[in-house]
Design a protein around this ligand. Structure first.
Ligand SMILES: O=C(O)CCC(=O)C(=O)O
Ligand SMILES: [Fe+2]
Length: 308
């Protein structure tokens, strides 16, 4: 098992990132610490009143969610897949069909959308698999400005109410009753995608937690300390897993050195089950078929923040 002791060294984060990214000597994921080795399980805070969103069929009953508080990094909370299989496919489709649609969202493909009247990534990608890997990010609510890293009141679109309710319920059940979703980045990773080490500090309010949801293929998530000299911990995030970064962990360096493909035949891949029994009038059969294929070769991360 990988060490979970934070060691101090010269840019330990970068060295670890390179090790996990290496194609020459790929890591053995079965040696990564499990959620229960990383922390202690804490009970769910189950709602007696307030939001009823948890009752919808995208989440399992909150009483059953395995929630862990990381021992070595205060404020890092992990929820092992609280979603139903239907829920994973539902949120994957919301991301690809709706949250990656410009306008009102912003995406890395906005120039294509603006210059070609009929270009909508989700519709176009269904007929052209070469477009699948081209969608890399979209922003919702307060749009993240990648250059200035400053949120502006002039650059904000309505935050999707269902995603706000979902993340408020996830946060509340893990002990953060006041979380309010105001901005999100949806990251779309092909199998060779990575995200370099960084901290998220554009938000005015760094006391509020950040809620991050993984869908589709797995990823190795490295999370260290407030400087890059702290040796990070590698965590295998699987489809449906939720990471909450609060307190000290909210300011910690983190990144994704590697996407790990899980075969669709694996019992862990609950989104890959056919959903013939589920009545889901919101999405066509064609959209659902596309999503199953897309998630077989990509990971989606929904990274939700409170700005103020
Ligand atoms: O993909 C992930 O799990 C992390 C994404 C992230 O750190 C970010 O968008 O700031
Ligand atoms: Fe981040």
């Amino acid at each position: 098992m990988a060490s979970v002791d934070p060691l101090v060294g010269d840019n330990a984060f970068k060295r670890c990132f390179k090790k996990f990214k290496s194609r020459v000597d790929p890591p053995n994921c079965s040696e990564l610490p499990t959620f229960s080795q990383l922390g202690s399980r804490v009970p769910s805070v189950v709602l007696t009143h307030g939001s009823t969103f948890s009752a919808s069929n995208t989440l399992k009953p909150a009483e059953s969610w395995p929630i862990f508080r990381c021992t070595h990094l205060p404020g890092l909370v992990l929820i092992r897949n609280p979603f139903t299989p239907h829920g994973q496919l539902f949120w994957g489709l919301r991301c690809a069909r709706d949250f990656a649609r410009h306008p009102p969202q912003r995406t890395n493909l906005d120039r294509e959308v603006d210059s070609e009247a009929n270009f909508h990534w989700f519709e176009s990608a269904q007929d052209d698999p070469s477009l699948w890997r081209k969608m890399r990010w979209s922003t919702l609510g307060y749009h993240h400005n990648w250059d200035t890293k400053v949120y502006s009141d002039q650059d904000v679109s309505p935050f999707p109410p269902d995603l706000a309710a979902l993340t408020a319920d996830l946060a509340r059940t893990a002990g953060f009753p006041d979380f309010r979703a105001e901005a999100a980045i949806v990251n779309f990773y092909p199998l060779d995608g990575t995200l370099g080490g960084h901290t998220d500090h554009s938000e005015d309010n760094l006391q509020a937690p950040l809620v991050s949801i993984s869908l589709g293929q797995s990823a190795i998530f490295l999370v260290g300390g407030t400087t890059k000299d702290v040796e990070p911990v590698p965590i295998l995030l699987q489809s449906g897993d939720v990471v909450i970064m609060s307190g000290e962990a909210r300011r910690a360096f983190h990144g994704i050195p590697r996407i790990v493909r899980v075969p669709q035949t694996s019992p862990d891949v609950s989104w890959a089950r056919r959903l013939d029994q589920v009545t889901n009038p919101e999405f066509s059969e064609r959209d659902q078929d596309f999503m199953l294929k897309y998630l077989d070769a990509h990971r989606i991360n929904i990274n939700v923040r409170q700005v103020h």
